[in-house]
Design a protein around this ligand. Structure first.
Ligand SMILES: Nc1nc2c(ncn2[C@@H]2O[C@H](COP(=O)(O)OP(=O)(O)OP(=O)(O)O)[C@@H](O)[C@H]2O)c(=O)[nH]1
Ligand SMILES: [Mg+2]
Length: 328
């Protein structure tokens, strides 16, 4: 059976609405990939989270796993993925280009190395800027335990983009895996032979159901997901303030503090010294901050809170809001 070279789905000519549909089994790509690549038109995958989890659980424990994490969307709990296996993990933190140049990379790497014993090493890369790919290739070769190396992670992390970049720069092959800003682009495992010593296996990403991104329409996604380097916004708060994060959330800072906002530059942020109406469908989260901590609004971005004090966040009920040790 032929598979689509873009997303891995098995090609079929019978059911238009189902994955892998194409007009001819001779085609390299399914209709969905053809539309994403040529018209930027996207058709949502109908598969549930369980199918993707089951797929990951079938990987043999001997292979090296390359766990790809989006630096701007660092998962709350990497253990949701790492505890699924006992395999050695090379952690790849990608989309470096989205964060400020001044980022202290060593601090970030150590933070994750301390998180899990399975993580044998960490690399910080950017697929769009071709950043640290020699180091990535060197480390994959160093830690691989068999020819097959699995590339895993959450949906949208940048797994397929990373493999396309490797294909472009280290092989004569055409980088043709489908990538998109929408969740669930890769649908089945895709085996990509890089050379006679190693094959990368791209896998469909896991869905973070508590992320705002999963609940947004395409036009909102474009606004919320950064495409350019984020300009952090520093606010010195002297008296109570309400900061509206476009129409996705409200930050209430009731007392003096120094806040640094890390959100897409395309988000419209407005500051008020008096409380305006909080949208009725928002839920309130109150935090007592210790200082030098981040408040993360899953999928939207985070606020670095420099000093101890209270902070209140209002956002949609489906979205997780939590505090972590400051990462930047
Ligand atoms: N700025 C920036 N964007 C990136 C980078 N790598 C990937 N992206 C973007 O992130 C989005 C998701 O990339 P994909 O490679 O499709 O992500 P994936 O992990 O394969 O996603 P699934 O197939 O759904 O699991 C796309 O819009 C990419 O253009 C990067 O290094 N920098
Ligand atoms: Mg993919």
């Amino acid at each position: 059976m032929n598979s689509c070279h873009g997303c891995g789905a098995i090609l079929q000519t019978d059911e238009k609405e189902k994955e892998g549909y194409t007009t001819s089994l001779e085609n390299r790509f399914c209709e969905r990939c053809f539309r994403i690549k040529n018209y930027n038109e996207y058709q949502k995958s109908t598969k549930g989270k369980e199918v993707f989890l089951e797929n990951l659980k079938t990987i043999e424990p001997s292979h090296l796993m390359v766990l790809v994490v989006d630096l701007f969307q660092i998962p709350k709990n990497l253990e949701e993925i790492t505890t699924l296996f006992s395999n050695p993990i090379l952690l790849v933190l990608t989309k470096r280009d989205l964060l400020p140049v001044s980022l202290y990379e060593e601090k970030l790497k150590n933070y994750f190395l301390e998180e899990s014993k399975q993580i044998v090493d960490t690399v910080i890369i950017s697929s769009s800027r071709n950043y640290h790919f020699d180091e990535l290739m060197e480390k994959i070769r160093k830690y691989q335990t068999s020819k097959e190396v699995y590339v895993i992670g959450y949906t949208n992390a940048g797994k397929s983009s990373m493999i396309n970049r490797i294909l472009l720069d280290y092989t004569q092959k055409i980088p043709e895996i489908t990538t998109s800003m929408l969740p669930r682009t890769t649908l089945e495992n895709l085996e990509i032979e890089i050379d006679s010593h190693f094959t990368l296996i791209d896998t469909p990403g896991l869905l973070d159901e508590k992320s705002l991104l999963v609940h947004l329409e395409e036009k909102d996604l474009k606004k919320v997901m950064p495409k350019k380097m984020i300009r952090p916004l520093s606010y010195q708060v002297k008296e109570p303030q309400w900061i509206y994060l476009d129409r996705y959330g409200v930050v209430e800072c009731p007392e003096e503090n120094d806040l640094i906002f890390y959100f897409s530059n395309t988000l419209e942020m407005t500051r008020y010294r008096k409380n305006k109406e909080i949208p009725k469908d928002f839920v309130k989260h109150s935090f007592s901050m210790q200082g030098r901590e981040d408040v993360v609004i899953d999928g939207l971005g985070f606020i670095k809170v420099m000093r101890p004090g209270n902070l209140i966040i209002y956002t949609y009920p489906e979205v997780d809001v939590y505090v972590r040790k400051s990462l930047i």
